[in-house]
Write a protein that binds this ligand. Structure first.
Ligand SMILES: [Zn+2]
Length: 431
């Protein structure tokens, strides 16, 4: 996914790094899938009306460590999501991710994780409360979401990606909740103290949840924070979903039936989400939407190395962002031409491929248990939905497939608000 940074000029740390060599970059030379209006002007008009009426919620959008500073202005920064693009695209709400990449599981490592999490919480609050209070507001409840939307402002939710940020301290769950976090992904790409990751090359450490992880789920239920079962191993996902007394969220995952990668959910997992009354937020991350042959990844990597040198280390934070801009025009043209050749031969995932996952998830789990996420600025994006400004294309494709306005309202946020509200209601009952 590192290479994606070249195309989106994002400065975000790679929250959702694909295992090395399996990323499937979207070519800048490939045309964005603009809505084809040929002969279906009525359908497009209907889709536009629906898009303007529903609240669109993306449950996973990454931010860089320097977010909400002069160097990374939330309104205009050249990333897939900024406030201007949100407004332009009818992209009403994002869960801004407090993502911290896994480091040493020691006392000092845990302290660093907490500090890095706090930096991102502070940045999100700075955006909404100091920099742009007239444009965006943080929502703490589903009622807030509706109220803020009705006021004409954009909406910020907060989700934590990687339970490592609590270290061994259960009390931090309430601390982060009070700062606005409404979900926490139990683990990221490596195993941690809570549970196993779906992508740790070392394999399972706990075979699901650790004893501490079971306490974490109970404490999240008590506090009212959604348990996020994306990124974790199937064993962990099934155990956490069975154990949780509140509905769970898979904040950004797609389906193995269509793209068989460890980050996605199989039908058994989708059925478990349904039983639990939870929701899976289908992710528009090209590598999880469409599995590409290894030969394509090799071709992309070689091309990038030829023009830009070896890829920077994972999790380093968009070190290549300016390299593309630094190429001489004729070199850049050659790079784009050769990338276009790769794209023609092995097209990257588009909105239709993405909606195929939504269709499958709806078929297995039902319309009440599926939602939408992008992983923008963390490696996400497909052709046609490669930024907040292109959000209408998703609604248009859903209308084309025959989803009703009610269905689309559920997919675009109704379901996740139900799950969020249910977590809070149950927490109150328990208090
Ligand atoms: Zn992720």
């Amino acid at each position: 996914m590192r290479h994606r940074m070249l195309f989106v000029f994002a400065a975000a740390a790679a929250a959702c790094s694909h295992p090395a060599g399996t990323a499937s970059p979207v070519s800048p030379a490939s045309p964005s899938a603009a809505p084809s209006t040929g002969g279906d002007a009525d359908l497009v008009a209907r889709a536009r009306a629906i898009h303007s009426r529903v609240i669109t919620i993306d449950t996973h959008k990454d931010i860089p460590d320097n977010f909400a500073t002069a160097a990374a202005d939330p309104k205009t920064m050249p990333s897939q999501v900024n406030l201007d693009k949100m407004k332009a695209g009818g992209y009403d709400m994002a869960f801004f991710a407090v993502y911290v990449g896994q480091g040493a599981r020691t006392d000092s490592g845990d302290a660093v994780a907490k500090q890095r999490a706090m930096t991102k919480f502070t940045a999100i609050h700075r955006m909404a409360e100091q920099m742009y209070p007239n444009l965006i507001e943080i929502a703490y409840t589903p009622e807030d979401v509706i109220r803020i939307h009705n006021s004409g402002k954009l909406i910020a939710g907060i989700g934590i990606e990687n339970g490592w940020v609590i270290g061994h301290d259960l009390s931090l769950i309430k601390t982060y909740y009070d700062l606005g976090a409404r979900y926490m992904t139990l683990a990221h790409t490596s195993n941690n103290n809570i549970c196993d990751s779906s992508t740790d090359p070392k394999g399972p450490e706990w075979h699901g949840l650790s004893p501490f992880g079971k306490q974490v789920v109970a404490e999240m239920n008590r506090v009212g924070m959604m348990v996020d079962v994306s990124h974790v191993s199937k064993e962990c996902m099934m155990q956490a979903t069975a154990l949780s007394t509140s509905p769970v969220i898979g904040s950004h995952s797609s389906t193995t039936a269509i793209a068989n990668v460890p980050r996605n959910m199989d039908d058994e997992m989708l059925a478990a989400i349904k039983r639990n009354n939870g929701v899976m937020q289908t992710v528009a991350f090209t590598g999880y939407v469409k599995v590409q042959p290894a030969v394509r990844d090799t071709a992309v990597r070689k091309l990038n190395e030829e023009f830009f040198g070896p890829a920077p280390a994972r999790g380093g934070g968009g070190g290549r962002g300016n390299q593309r801009a630094s190429l001489a025009p004729e070199k850049l043209a050659e790079y784009d031409r050769r990338m276009a050749e790769i794209e023609t031969r092995w097209p990257s995932a588009n909105v239709q491929d993405f909606v195929n996952h939504i269709d499958h998830a709806v078929k297995v789990a039902g319309i009440d248990h599926v939602g939408i996420s992008s992983d923008f600025d963390g490696g996400g994006g497909v052709k046609g939905w490669n930024g907040a400004d292109e959000t209408f294309n998703v609604t248009l494709e859903l209308v084309r497939r025959g989803y009703s306005e009610d269905d689309i309202r559920k997919l675009w946020g109704g379901n996740v608000l139900r799950v969020m509200g249910e977590n809070q209601k149950r927490a109150k009952t328990r208090a």
